[in-house]
Design a protein around this ligand. Structure first.
Ligand code: FRU
Length: 492
């Protein structure tokens, strides 16, 4: 080989090595989530149209293609083979003719019940809210679009809207196929009335009112983003129905949040159970809103819920650029019963990202995950502190006097707005374990406690240095493990 060729070979190798070792710049900013989805640039809020189809999980999301504040709402799009590694695709359904494309859902129309697919073929059908002004005033209506190419391009149904109550606030349809009733069921919110309505349809185009649910539970804010789903027992063959609904503002921790009701849906009506634990908050942190479940997931797999990791109180102020907004981790759902009552259990999907397990105590760079178990309460206050520097930390712990699990982010880093520095809390249930599973990313902490029956998600904006993890009090008897998590973004 000539000297020149050799030099070129070296140069090539050096460039390759360099480009392999850094993440694509668009995913490597200080607060850029490494295990959570965020769009490369611009604004996002609610996840939309979550569906599994032909080997791909689809995440559509409320998106402003033109800027990093809310507006021009359209459906952004990303696909993943495993719920974690996302590939962002071009905008799927753009705002058009002054009508914004608000939150909605996507189903797999296996039997071409809509007649919108190619003859004898299955296709994807989206049911979404169109939000716009008409000569009669501001209107929200339910509309249909379909895709014959796995969600890449969409055509609006000519007969839109498919459901119009001539109301300014009527939104966020969530549709699924009810196997026992043999029809499509839509849950949709009447936000100002604090109601969820259920409709049925045989063809996704003509909808018949089945029943109303609400007002119930917390009615302080507008009701948005309902989702009705069947949840299997953690063990055995039993199942239960869950209705979750977003409320904004006035949720448990201030601003936006989500409550759930466990109960029964007989194909027509949802009846909430009065058993202990049947009513709770889907998330006890400040930053998890408008979560919905995936349609079309393979038989036998537990349902998967995924939300917008944010709060309307300060969503427009997040110190991130060129994007604003990110999604929660996907969580597998199940339920169980114990002396404390009935419990919804959430387990984040992280296993494919885990590196080698290590003990607690070594410095860690986000993203990482840890599991800690305390045998008996070692003190009235115990848990873990994640220090980013001498004067900044996030505390995640149990307070047995107040009977609370909590996350304190008052000293976590940048305080972006007046409602941001808080200690969020959830009631402890006697008899359940003192354990926690925590996923720390560059700008968030997701915690799951008491066997996954408490989920608490909060944004944090710490310095990017390695975190020191400390169990407190120092003599607390605990066992635990940590994992570095691999970034979901491709190395460039
Ligand atoms: C909830 C929400 C939905 C609406 C969407 C608009 O965050 O207000 O009710 O469809 O956002 O972006």
């Amino acid at each position: 080989m000539s000297r020149k060729n050799m030099r070129n070979l070296f140069l090539g190798a050096a460039i390759l090595a360099q480009s392999c070792s850094v993440f694509a710049q668009e995913y490597n900013q200080t607060y850029r989530p490494q295990v959570h989805f965020s769009p490369q640039k611009n604004w996002t809020n609610d996840p939309n149209g979550l569906v599994y189809f032909r080997g791909e999980y689809h995440l559509f999301f409320q998106y402003n293609p033109f800027g990093d504040q809310w507006g021009h709402m359209s459906w952004g799009h990303a696909v993943s083979p495993d719920l974690l590694h996302w590939n962002e695709l071009p905008v799927a359904i753009p705002e058009a003719d002054g009508v914004m494309i608000f939150t909605g859902s996507v189903v797999v129309d296996h039997a071409n019940s809509s007649g919108l697919c190619a003859p004898r073929k299955e296709c994807l059908v989206a049911v979404y809210t169109g939000d716009g002004n008409t000569p009669e005033g501001h209107r929200e209506t339910q509309n249909v679009a379909y895709s014959l190419d796995s969600g890449r391009t969409w055509t609006k149904f000519k007969g839109n809207p498919v459901l119009d109550l001539k109301m300014a606030d009527f939104r966020d349809p969530s549709v699924f196929w009810d196997d026992s009733a043999r029809y499509w069921v839509m849950s949709v919110a009447k936000p100002k009335e604090r109601k969820v309505q259920f409709y049925s349809s045989l063809d996704l185009k003509q909808w018949t009112l089945l029943s109303d649910f609400g007002p119930a539970g917390n009615t302080d804010g507008d009701w948005e983003c309902p989702d009705l789903l069947r949840i299997p027992a953690a063990e055995g063959k039993d199942s239960i129905w869950a209705l979750k609904v977003g409320t904004n503002p006035g949720a448990l921790q201030g601003g936006s949040g989500e409550q759930y009701f466990l109960g029964n849906f007989d194909g027509k009506k949802f009846v909430a159970s009065t058993e202990a634990g049947a009513h709770g908050w889907t998330n006890y942190g400040k930053d998890d809103y408008c979560a919905i479940s995936f349609n079309g997931i393979p038989k036998g797999e537990n349902p998967v819920l995924l939300g917008w990791m944010n709060n309307w109180q300060y969503a427009s102020k997040l110190p991130t650029s060129p994007w604003r907004g990110q999604m929660s981790l996907p969580r597998r759902l199940s339920f169980f019963k114990d002396e404390g009552g009935i419990a919804l259990k959430q387990e984040p999907v992280t296993a494919p990202l885990r590196g080698k397990a290590g003990g607690l105590g070594s410095p860690l760079v986000a993203p990482f995950e840890m599991e800690v178990k305390f045998e008996n309460p070692p003190a009235s206050l115990f848990g873990v502190r994640i220090h980013s520097d001498e004067s900044h930390w996030t505390e995640i712990g149990f307070d047995t006097e107040k009977k609370e699990f909590y996350i304190d982010r008052t000293k976590s880093g940048a305080e972006i707005a007046k409602d941001f520095p808080v200690r969020t809390k959830a009631p402890l249930i006697a008899g359940r374990r003192y354990d926690m599973r925590i996923v720390v990313d560059r700008s968030s902490v997701e915690a799951y406690a008491q066997g996954g029956t408490i989920a608490m998600t909060n944004l944090i904006f710490p310095s990017p240095d390695a975190a020191r993890v400390e169990v407190f009090p120092k003599n607390a008897k605990s066992s635990g493990r940590c994992w570095r998590l691999k970034s979901i973004w491709p190395a460039k």
